[in-house]
Ligand binder design. Structure first.
Ligand SMILES: [Zn+2]
Length: 356
């Protein structure tokens, strides 16, 4: 994502209700712990950077990129703590295999926030994927969240509130980010990111209300991944069983180019490949549903909307404890049986593990 295009908060209009809330916060900024929730691609990270720009920058709302703003957007400003693998991630050998944000990371966040500001009027800590704070890490952060040190803004970003302890939730100011409409994504791509209208329209349909996904469609490495996934998945649905089994095994080992810079552990990167693949395939079928492209004759025996729901269901399963490889196996088994038998089998994981 080309983050240099994210303006100051005053100019970021993709979530008008949220923007209003933050504009009143900016009139009298104070120490605060926020929890922002909403689906991926609803603009949380963009708003986190836009709000930080507005807190730190002295050039006024129309600033197009002063030295301070550039440091914020590059996440190198000394008063901005963007929690990611290289910055805060654990180096303790006992924590290294655990997923998510562990106690030692939470402790470092608190330590950093207790240091004096360097040059900005506030210290800002932004914690993407805050739902991955494990229980002990949440306990460790509790006191800091409850009473943030002077001139500190803490922003937890998460898809939903379900993974947080009630004690943490009660200490945060909760702000919800609704999913974006296709129209808003199209408008944002044209107005903020200077995309051509036809490309913006196509990306808006394909991204299912997810701005992050839409922006990826401007990245060559991502497009290569997308084309490969679409071709592989279509082929796996039509060919012999060996095809999809080999493909699932390949994806289980694969680290595509676009994942290189990600702020994730090896396990999380693997899950990301599967999640991304499902998102891509969901996008392809959305375009088929909208009539923008045709469904190949061989795959047309099931209604497109049924397939869409099946892809969505398996994508959601990736958020559970089931292994990604098993979910992709299940997906192909269910859809392939549907193509052969005329309706979706809705088969359970128990049945599947007997067959495979
Ligand atoms: Zn600026």
């Amino acid at each position: 994502m080309a983050e240099f295009t994210i303006p100051r908060l005053e100019k970021l209009t993709i979530q008008p209700d949220v923007q209003k809330l933050f504009q009143s916060f900016l009139k009298q900024p104070c120490s605060q712990t926020f929890l922002w929730t909403g689906p991926e691609g609803s603009g949380k990270k963009s708003y986190a950077l836009a709000l930080t720009r507005s807190l730190f920058c002295n050039e006024g709302p129309a600033c197009v990129g002063c030295a301070t703003c550039r440091q914020v957007l590059n996440k190198t400003h000394p008063d901005l703590f963007w929690v990611h693998r290289d910055h805060f991630w654990t180096t303790d050998s006992q924590d290294i295999d655990k997923q998510g944000i562990v106690v030692s990371t939470a402790r470092r966040i608190s330590e950093k926030l207790n240091q004096a500001v360097f040059s900005a009027p506030f210290k800002v800590a932004i914690i993407p994927g805050a739902e991955t704070l494990n229980e002990k890490a949440q306990d460790t952060l509790l006191k800091t969240l409850e009473e943030p040190p002077a001139n500190t803004v803490i922003i937890l970003l998460a898809e939903k509130t379900g993974d947080f302890r009630p004690t943490v939730l009660s200490r945060c100011r909760l702000i919800r980010f609704p999913a974006l409409s296709s129209k808003m994504i199209e408008k944002t791509l044209v107005q903020t990111h200077a995309w051509k209208e036809t490309e913006a329209k196509r990306a808006a349909v394909e991204s299912n209300g997810n701005l992050t996904q839409a922006l990826k469609l401007g990245d060559g490495n991502w497009m290569e991944f997308r084309d490969k996934v679409c071709a592989d998945f279509d082929k796996a649905l039509q060919g012999p069983d060996e095809d999809w089994m080999m493909m699932v095994a390949e994806y289980d080992k694969w680290e595509p180019e676009f994942l290189e810079e990600r702020e994730r552990t090896a396990t999380q990167r693997k899950a990301e490949v599967f999640t991304s693949a499902f998102q891509v395939y969901l996008g392809l079928w959305s375009r088929r549903l909208s009539g923008e492209i045709e469904t190949p004759v061989k795959l047309s025996s099931l209604p497109v909307d049924v397939v869409l729901r099946c892809v969505q269901k398996h994508q959601d399963m990736l958020k559970t404890n089931l292994g990604p490889k098993m979910i992709l196996d299940h997906f192909f088994l269910e859809l392939r049986e549907g193509f052969q038998g005329g309706e979706l089998a809705n088969r359970s994981f128990m049945e599947m593990s007997v067959q495979i």
